[in-house]
Design a binder for this molecule. Structure first.
Ligand SMILES: [Zn+2]
Length: 157
């Protein structure tokens, strides 16, 4: 039987809900930091060679490295839960307009069915998909944009 070694490190899969950055950082407060002083500049300022180490410090939370969005959790277990839930939400079917894929010919065929028969083909829409009030406008807009993009692409060739 294959077992995963205890020191195996898998990626954290963090995506900041505010800015999309994927770098998560832990924040500690009350740290004492030591920095080596290595010289004196001509102007009298001290020079540091970048060698630092720190001691102590208390856990204060987790946040996005880029925008400092604070993750609403109290510790590592909650953090892992929060990340797992966040990833679940990403996999939830979106609303019809977001879900409809103009590059998927099955979707185009279903749309054509809608034009001809006034309804979607049976079993085309995912069961729990949300259908916004203005889905027709949203879809028409998406298809029109795709048509314009496609026309430009064809023109460039
Ligand atoms: Zn962020």
């Amino acid at each position: 039987m294959k077992t995963t070694p205890i020191n195996f490190v898998s990626p954290i899969n963090f995506v900041c809900p505010e800015c999309g950055s994927e770098i998560l950082e832990e924040v500690s407060i009350g740290i004492v930091q030591y920095t080596d002083v290595t010289g004196i500049r001509a102007g009298g300022e001290l020079e540091y060679d970048g060698n630092t180490y720190s001691e102590g410090g208390d856990f204060d939370g987790y946040q996005c490295h880029a925008c400092h969005f604070e993750i609403p959790v109290d510790g590592p277990e909650q953090l892992l839960e929060w990340i797992a839930n966040q990833n679940d939400e990403d996999e939830k079917p979106k609303n019809l307009v977001e879900w409809f894929d103009v590059n998927n010919f099955d979707h185009i065929k279903a749309y054509n069915h809608l034009l001809i028969h006034g309804c979607w083909p049976e079993d085309f829409l995912p069961e729990d998909i949300e259908i916004p009030n203005v889905w027709q406008v949203g879809l028409a807009n998406k298809l029109a944009n795709a048509y314009v993009e496609e026309s430009y692409r064809a023109h460039e060739i």
